[in-house]
Design a protein around this ligand. Structure first.
Ligand SMILES: NC(=O)c1ccc[n+]([C@@H]2O[C@H](COP(=O)([O-])OP(=O)(O)OC[C@H]3O[C@@H](n4cnc5c(N)ncnc54)[C@H](OP(=O)(O)O)[C@@H]3O)[C@@H](O)[C@H]2O)c1
Length: 314
């Protein structure tokens, strides 16, 4: 007899109306290298509704029904036979493999390499808001762009979830941070450490010069207008689209696309930073498992000022 749980799933691709809270989903059993996590909180990321709409079908080949949500905090309740570094009762967080079932559920099974001990100083909600967005910022700035002290970095959408972590990680490296934002969010981004906020509704960020690193979180015209801000041999990294190689060569810069990968090692470093009070998480809004459609509506608005959290269990 299988044990059953609640999970928010899709059985097709489409708009928010296809999100279904099922109460008869089989709880997976960790075999060898996985752990089973009792979910406390999940976080919503724009990729959740992009997957729901079917935009990433070519890339991810999801099987249906699919449980959405690829950020989680919770407690380990079962471990596979080969797991020696995590144990039942550990408080953890993770950005699990996006090709598999996600965290809008009472339980999620995750490969142990993708799971880290959660920062003690963060609530379950705050911890769930860290992995996907902060790993993205880490991988873009520290791994791909190799950001250095005194580099001048332009971070687009500093008030977004990725942008907020990017500002903090760039400042920890000693970089000078410009960020685009709306005037309503100026205090937020300056409070996170940004040196200059550029109101993208009123000011033209493309007048900046000699930027070492552009972090593109918007794509389209924002990416197109970013090239000329870079100095020769500068670096542009987009998390939205593959930058044009010919254009990069014309400007004499390097350009990359980044799709975030799970990493326990990097999560461990983020845990240290959070517990040292060097990394903070803003929560935009909180929802229950039976209100995921509203949480998606908020994310799809493009106006969130931090993480959108789904509270799953006490
Ligand atoms: N490739 C990857 O691995 C990866 C990983 C994570 C995220 N992403 C993608 O990156 C994007 C950002 O993710 P996120 O989680 O940070 O999103 P988010 O939290 O939903 O971003 C919302 C924020 O973006 C700001 N914003 C919107 N348009 C803007 C513009 N033109 N200029 C400056 N700010 C603007 C909004 O501020 P205002 O209200 O002031 O406009 C809002 O605060 C999403 O498309 C997501 O899918 C990709």
């Amino acid at each position: 007899m299988y044990k059953l749980m609640k999970a928010v799933q899709i059985n097709d691709f489409g708009d928010r109306s296809i999100l279904t809270l099922n109460d008869d989903v089989t709880i997976p059993t960790p075999a060898t290298s996985e752990v089973l996590i009792k979910v406390k909180s999940a976080a919503v990321n724009p990729v959740d509704w992009k997957v729901r709409e079917g935009y990433l079908q070519g890339m991810l080949n999801h099987e249906l029904p699919l449980t959405l949500g690829w950020d989680v905090s919770g407690e380990i309740v079962e471990v596979g036979d080969n797991v020696t570094d995590l144990k039942i009762g550990d408080a953890v967080y993770s950005r699990p493999d996006i090709a598999k079932n996600g965290s809008y559920a009472e339980y999620i099974m995750v490969v142990s390499d993708e799971v880290a001990i959660k920062p003690k100083s963060l609530s379950w909600q705050e911890a769930a808001g860290v992995p996907l967005a902060a790993l993205t910022a880490w991988q873009v700035l520290y791994e791909i762009a190799n950001l250095k002290a005194d580099d001048r970095v332009l971070i687009h959408a500093g008030s977004g979830a990725v942008g907020q972590f990017a500002i903090q990680l760039a400042k920890l490296r000693g970089a000078y941070v410009y960020t685009t934002t709306s005037s309503k969010n100026t205090n937020l981004v300056l409070g996170l450490g940004a040196d200059e906020a550029i109101d993208y509704h009123k000011e033209d960020f493309s007048e900046l010069k000699d930027i070492d690193v552009v972090f593109d979180t918007i794509g389209g015209d924002t990416l197109a207008n970013s090239w000329k801000t870079l100095k020769k041999e500068g670096c542009l990294v987009s998390i939205i689209e593959e930058p044009n190689e010919t254009t990069a060569a014309e400007y004499g810069v390097s350009a990359y696309f980044c799709f975030v990968q799970p990493s326990r090692e990097q999560l461990d470093k983020l845990t240290e930073l959070a517990d040292a009070g060097q990394l903070t998480v803003s929560i935009d809004s909180e929802f229950e498992l039976n209100d995921v459609a509203k949480a998606h509506e908020r994310s799809e608005s493009g106006r969130a000022q931090g993480k959108i959290i789904i509270n799953v269990s006490e």
